[in-house]
Ligand binder design. Structure first.
Ligand code: FES
Length: 120
């Protein structure tokens, strides 16, 4: 079943929309040009994960001689940070950055004729 979310123009790069579908909140966001949709329910303790800030993944930099050179933001990977306790989730997979077995429930998105839908 396709559920209308918003006009495509309402979800620009880095933006998100929350909808209420039968009592469940679903967050829909656009990152790196692609749409992603998740149930707004953190697998840790039920926080509103889809309402957290977006931040590029932080990675450690190691050179060819195995020397640690510090940290940097990843060019592409973006994480959504649950506002309750800071668990981070990859916005492309919904998987927890700390332990991939914990995932946000993901929904398929459809963009057609200038509108965005989620499949529930
Ligand atoms: S409820 Fe999301 S990090 Fe705890």
């Amino acid at each position: 079943m396709e559920v209308f979310v918003a006009k495509s123009s309402a979800i620009a790069e880095g933006q998100r929309v929350l909808i209420d579908h039968k009592g469940q909140k679903i967050g829909v966001l656009r990152v790196n040009g692609a749409l992603h949709a998740f149930l707004n329910l953190c697998p840790h303790q039920g926080g509103p994960a889809c309402e957290g800030m977006l931040i590029h993944k932080i990675e450690e930099v190691i050179d060819e001689d195995k020397r640690y050179l510090g940290m940097r933001f990843h060019d592409r990977d973006v994480h959504m940070v649950c506002p309750w306790h800071g668990w981070e989730f990859n916005v492309e997979t919904g998987a927890s950055a700390a332990d991939g077995k914990h995932k946000l429930k993901r929904y398929k998105t459809i963009e057609k004729e200038g509108d965005v839908y989620v499949v529930v």
